[in-house]
Design a protein around this ligand. Structure first.
Ligand code: SAM
Ligand code: SF4
Length: 472
């Protein structure tokens, strides 16, 4: 059994990010003809994953009218394939000790200003109780990279989360954002029943990567780049990729995310379950102003382009972004957002004035889960806490939503309604409950009469009568 951090071993590994080719595509596709851009958008709407040349063309479409057409294409794709459902989750920071020195991160080893903290099991239980009592069902556990956060520890914390039950609620899906393991380590973590394993490459530009990660196991570019390959080899087939936008040119990073996608498709016959695009935020004891950054407009462009380029994958947008920007970008095809997040270690159950000193960076969306849900309903979205696919072994659900005609109507929307109704019954404020019931009514009205609808209405009554955790 593996104890402590795995041995970094990159023998025989090569990069699958062809830097020169990426720069060449970005150069060759400059000033694209509008017709070409429209053809590419159409190819995406016809449910094709785009090629690097096509993505580069979209990136080079800078005329504001063409950019508007790209935004519109992404909105249409989202509506056609995924409908108006938004899955909600919360991050839970387990510990902020770290042996790395990522220059952008408040948790880096040489940062003396951050307060170090690792949750004990009783403290973890308190955090879970606080989250469950707010109505959360899906979490992502986040860890620094440190020998104490080895595969066994991650496994044990996941088990602990699943073991908690409070009132009518419990956490039903635990995803992980932690350092890359070796295959043995990933196997152990899989045994705990995790959902997605997420690793962000931060920057796919190797020289920038080396500069940003001067020491610790994370300084090895290839070990991290191949991390999700090892997860797949260990049988974890829901993996999440991402880049920390703002370290290097967003155009390059967006292209590289596509190359990573293609690599996973080619090697494992399945692309990433999710793509994340966190942007650098201010962090305690950290000079984040020195990074190139990405402005809001380009950030919107990159999300829309990713939506079009990889139409089968879930896109995640976090509370790093402001409320206004989140409301805008949700329409472009984001399928999951966090809500009511607190990233101070231990802060869900013991928030105090010092909590920010235990945080990795600063969040820009401080709304409560209840408020986010109300506003989603008012904007015509249906919030979802569904974990049905994962529980029934239907891994790769985004792919099914995308590839199986009628999948969203048969499974996703009914499960969104049932899980959202649980939230309304057990946790919602009166205003949110009222907005939520109106939204559920709208969803039901939009559904044609069918056996499926009759079954759903039956289950709605069951939830109202106290049954929980019903799904199709
Ligand atoms: N320690 C593990 C690692 O680095 O992979 C796992 C979690 S790390 C705490 C989660 C992610 O936070 C990192 O992958 C990075 O993309 C992001 N991050 C770090 N510093 C940030 C900052 N200043 N602003 C926004 N995101 C940041
Ligand atoms: Fe540690 Fe992760 Fe922060 Fe890097 S990003 S310093 S590995 S917690």
């Amino acid at each position: 059994m593996s104890i402590g951090l795995p041995k970094v071993d990159t023998e025989g590994l090569k990069s699958f990010i062809p830097e020169t080719e990426i720069f060449e595509w970005l150069e060759k596709t400059k000033n694209p003809a509008p017709e070409r851009v429209r053809k590419i958008i159409q190819r995406s709407l016809d449910k094709n994953r785009l090629d690097p040349e096509e993505m580069a063309t979209l990136i080079n479409a800078e005329d504001p009218e063409l950019v508007e057409e790209i935004f519109e294409g992404a909105r249409t794709l989202k509506e056609r394939i995924y409908g108006n459902r938004i899955v909600l989750f919360a991050p839970l920071y387990i510990g902020n000790d770290c042996v790395n020195n990522c220059k952008y991160c408040g948790f880096r080893a040489n940062n003396r200003e951050v307060h170090r903290k690792t949750l004990t099991m009783p403290e973890l239980d308190n955090e879970i109780e606080a989250l469950v009592n707010k109505g959360h069902k899906r979490l992502i556990l986040v860890y620094g990279e440190h020998p104490q956060y080895d595969a066994q520890f991650i496994h044990d914390t996941v088990k602990e989360v699943y073991a908690q039950k409070h009132g009518n609620g419990e956490i039903r899906r635990v995803n992980i954002n932690a350092a890359p393991m070796d295959v043995e380590g990933f196997k152990l973590i899989k045994e705990a029943g995790i959902g997605t394993y997420q690793i962000f490459q931060e920057t796919y530009h190797e020289a920038t990567y080396r500069d940003q990660h001067p020491s610790g196991p994370k300084s090895n570019f290839l070990w991290r780049l191949h991390g999700l390959d090892r997860a797949q080899e260990a049988g974890i087939d829901d993996v999440g990729i991402g880049a920390l936008m703002g370290l290097f040119d967003w155009r390059f990073e967006t292209m590289a995310l596509l190359y990573h996608t293609i690599h996973l498709e080619e090697r494992f016959k399945v692309g990433p379950h999710t793509i994340s695009f966190p942007r650098i935020e201010p962090a305690i004891g950290t000079d984040t102003a020195k990074f190139p950054g990405v402005n809001d407009y380009d950030f919107k462009r990159l999300v829309a382009i990713l939506r079009l380029a990889v139409p089968y994958t879930g896109l995640i947008l976090t509370c790093r972004e402001s409320v206004e920007l989140r409301n805008d970008i949700i329409k472009f095809g984001v399928s999951q957002i966090d809500a009511g997040s607190d990233i101070g270690v231990g802060a869900y159950s013991t928030r105090d004035e010092e909590s920010y000193k235990k945080s990795q960076f600063v969040l820009n969306d401080g709304r409560s889960l209840d408020q986010v849900i109300r506003e989603l309903c008012e904007a015509g979205f249906i919030p979802s806490f569904c974990t049905g696919c994962y529980r029934l072994g239907r891994t790769g659900e985004h792919f099914m939503e995308f590839a199986v005609p009628g999948f969203v109507k048969r499974f996703c929307t009914p499960n969104a309604i049932l899980t959202f109704l649980e939230y309304i019954e057990d946790y919602a404020s009166p205003e949110t409950a009222a907005a939520g019931l109106v939204q559920i009514e709208r969803e039901l009205e939009a559904m044609p009469e069918s056996d499926q609808k009759a079954k759903l209405i039956e289950r709605i009554e069951q939830v109202k009568n106290g049954d929980r955790d019903l799904y199709f």
